[in-house]
Design a protein. Structure first.
Length: 413
């Protein structure tokens, strides 16, 4: 295993947030000594573990994630193990044969971040760190503060003062995260940490930490196992900082190299129109990303103008013959209602996946006979304001009636 710079290829000797040249870091593993059949047997046996490290839907795949970390420092809250659900109404909405949702919202802190955070914090602990930090729109912070609390360490959270979900910040505070609110966006918080984390002795747990990406690969490993190692035609994922698409691509590459899957699904990376610098770059075939200094989307988890992982994301899209698209906030909120009404639910950013599949089907990129899996990244309760916006008119408390049979029957029929 080695940690090297995506830009200059320099191999890191000491842990750092970025390479000296400014590039972000990635973990390279030699998988050649791993046997496909051995892994299949191991991963299947571990499905029946209860109460041990390997009952985690992340550490189940430890050999492909972080075998170098000593077992006694690894932490777990039983992350992963999230459901995969088929939805006829969502398939009909998008106009395709089969549509499934992988509900990462079922994680301990309610978002996909836990898959990566459990590994990043474990790595920090292995280095003796006990002050963890992130810039966040609310999910990374909730996840980090949960794992910091769980491991008896401290978390320092840099969060924009405006345009993010109050519920996520309350969740972060509830786990004991020390909050620093600032005027600006996630991008400004990242910039600050890149400059000052070392001086402040903070271990950065944002997704430019390559251990976050290693951990988030488990989402695709678990999905593949749930589908009996037979991949769908498409996997749709919302894009902000671009950690998920990077991890998805890296995980797929691992599985394909090992012969655990024999087909690479195509990745559909969906951004919100108001925060879509990566989509714009891919669409216009540019060779570098032009940051958006003033991003804005109602899907606040994706309100990111300068995604650190764009080079890894581009590799993932190219590897899988994937595609990028952008959707409006209105399209996102409409798709969210379909997902909510399925009894699964999600926060707005996650619904960009379904909105994106619908759009790509409408323009003929996706065929009606194809099968797509949408990754639902965050829980319905993560954004209470969005629920109020969409559903407050449904709340019976606002339209109280006398409990007479006559009045109730008007409501019921
Ligand atoms: C719920 C949710 N969905 C999607 C995203 C975007 O994912 P990524 O930053 O990995 O592109 C985020 C934040 O990162 C998020 O919190
Ligand atoms: N939506 C994210 C922003 C991206 O964070 P990162 O962990 O990928 O750096 C959040 O919840 O903060």
């Amino acid at each position: 295993m080695r940690i090297q710079c995506v830009d200059c290829g320099e191999q890191m000797k000491d842990w750092a947030v970025r390479c000296q040249c400014g590039g972000i870091l990635e973990i390279k593993r030699d998988l050649s000594s791993l046997d496909r059949d051995y892994l299949l047997k191991l991963f299947n046996e571990r499905l029946y573990e209860r109460g041990t490290l390997y009952a985690s839907g992340v550490w189940r795949y430890r050999e492909l994630i972080a075998p170098e970390l000593p077992q006694d420092i690894l932490i777990t809250r039983g992350e992963g193990n999230t459901g995969l659900y088929s939805s006829k109404s969502a398939a009909d909405y998008a106009g395709i044969r089969q549509l499934q949702f992988k509900a990462q919202s079922e994680n301990p802190s309610g978002s996909f971040k836990d898959n990566g955070m459990v590994v990043a914090v474990s790595h920090g602990l292995s280095l003796g760190k006990h002050r963890f930090a992130c810039s966040s729109t609310g999910n990374t912070s909730a996840s980090l503060s949960l794992y910091a609390a769980w491991s008896g360490t401290s978390s320092y959270i840099f969060a924009p003062a405006e345009h993010i979900s109050a519920a996520k910040i309350s969740q972060t505070a509830a786990y004991g995260g020390h909050l620093v609110r600032f005027h600006g966006t996630y991008d400004d918080g990242i910039h600050f940490l890149e400059q000052y984390a070392d001086a402040l002795d903070l271990y950065v747990c944002n997704s430019l930490n390559p251990y976050r990406i290693e951990g988030q690969k488990s989402i695709i490993f678990e999905l593949a196992q749930q589908l009996n190692w037979s991949m769908p035609d498409w996997i749709a994922i919302p894009g902000g900082a671009l950690s998920n698409v990077s991890a998805l691509g890296k995980g797929l590459e691992d599985l394909f190299t090992l012969g655990l899957i024999n087909k690479l699904p195509r990745i559909a990376l969906i951004q919100a129109e108001g925060a879509s610098p990566f989509h714009r770059m891919m669409q216009s075939n540019d060779t570098s990303l032009l940051p958006d200094s003033n991003p804005f989307t109602r899907a606040s988890a994706m309100n990111i103008g300068n995604p650190p992982s764009w080079k890894k994301a581009r590799h993932a899209i190219q590897l899988t013959n994937g595609i990028t698209a952008s959707v409006t906030d209105e399209e996102i909120m409409q798709a969210k209602q379909i997902i909510d009404r399925n009894g699964i639910g999600c926060e707005p950013a996650s619904a960009a996946t379904l909105a994106g599949i619908k759009k790509l089907r409408a323009i003929g990129v996706i065929d009606k006979d194809e099968h797509a899996v949408c990754i639902l990244t965050g829980h319905l309760l993560k954004d209470i304001a969005a629920l109020d916006e969409l559903y407050s008119h449904d709340q019976t408390s606002q339209q109280a009636v006398e409990l007479t049979q006559e009045q109730v029957s008007i409501k019921c029929y």
